[in-house]
Write a protein that binds this ligand. Structure first.
Ligand code: SF4
Length: 240
């Protein structure tokens, strides 16, 4: 993938959030998969594929991963709803009301063969409490939690039995498609008692994670309570 821009560089067109899937393998290597959702084609694409499209005019990689985006001139632009006029810039149908607009876009995953020891280091280095277990192509296989890893570590080693992510992962009862409405995420969390859910593409490839706190932040934003440092606040600064 090439970087067509740096930092705050901006081109005309829709800024599509780049989602980053960091996947740890059992040999200690980490694979990075970058995707965006193409509304025109109706599915997720790798940034590499998107860059070949004539409508892609820029790719901006933010070192923090928070604001990495691809600029696409192929989307229909609509004006923001009246209650948000002046607070945010132009909005786009795909980004409005979809769970992908508020999910965490930097997701740390593991492959099924990652060992208990490697899982201990993985969770020790991060603040996350769980992680998707994914196939080589990013498809969701299950979830492994820090608690399960700690519980397994507490049992001590069993001779001749190597514990791996595949052995302790839990199957996933609920997932959300990236185009699912935010209200669907809220309903699942409220009625099924789920705190965090993987968000997947049409092909079941993990593209993000959404939590109940993401929904609460979204609710607050609807009434104008913008998070400090949020992209919307920066947009207001830039347009004022
Ligand atoms: S640049 Fe092309 S492939 Fe990428 S999102 Fe836009 S229309 Fe889709």
């Amino acid at each position: 993938m090439s970087e067509k821009g740096e930092g705050d560089a901006r081109g005309a067109g829709q800024h599509l959030d780049i989602r980053a899937l960091h996947t740890l393998s059992s040999n200690g290597s980490e694979a990075l998969r970058l995707t965006v959702y193409c509304e025109r084609r109706g599915h997720s694409m790798t940034v590499e594929d998107c860059e070949r499209c004539e409508r892609c005019t820029d790719v901006v990689m933010d070192p923090t991963g928070q604001r990495s985006h691809l600029v696409c001139t192929g989307m229909d632009v609509v004006e923001p709803p009246p209650e948000l006029a002046g607070r945010i810039g132009k909005v786009y149908p795909a980004a409005r009301g979809a769970v992908s607009s508020l999910m965490a876009r930097n997701v740390a995953c593991v492959r099924p063969g990652v060992t208990l020891e490697e899982l201990g280091a993985f969770f020790g280095d991060r603040v996350v409490v769980d992680a998707p277990v994914v196939a080589a192509d990013g498809r969701l296989l299950g979830m492994v939690s820090k608690l399960d890893v700690q519980r397994e570590q507490g049992r001590g080693p069993t001779p001749g039995h190597d514990v791996t992510a595949a052995g302790i992962m839990k199957s996933v009862a609920f997932t959300l498609r990236e185009t699912a409405p935010i209200t669907q995420a809220a309903a699942l969390m409220a009625y099924e008692g789920v705190q965090r859910m993987p968000v997947v593409s049409n092909e079941d490839v993990v593209v993000g994670l959404v939590s109940s706190i993401d929904i609460l932040r979204w609710l607050a934003r609807q009434d104008g309570y913008l998070e400090p440092g949020s992209p919307e606040l920066s947009d207001v600064d830039e347009h004022s």
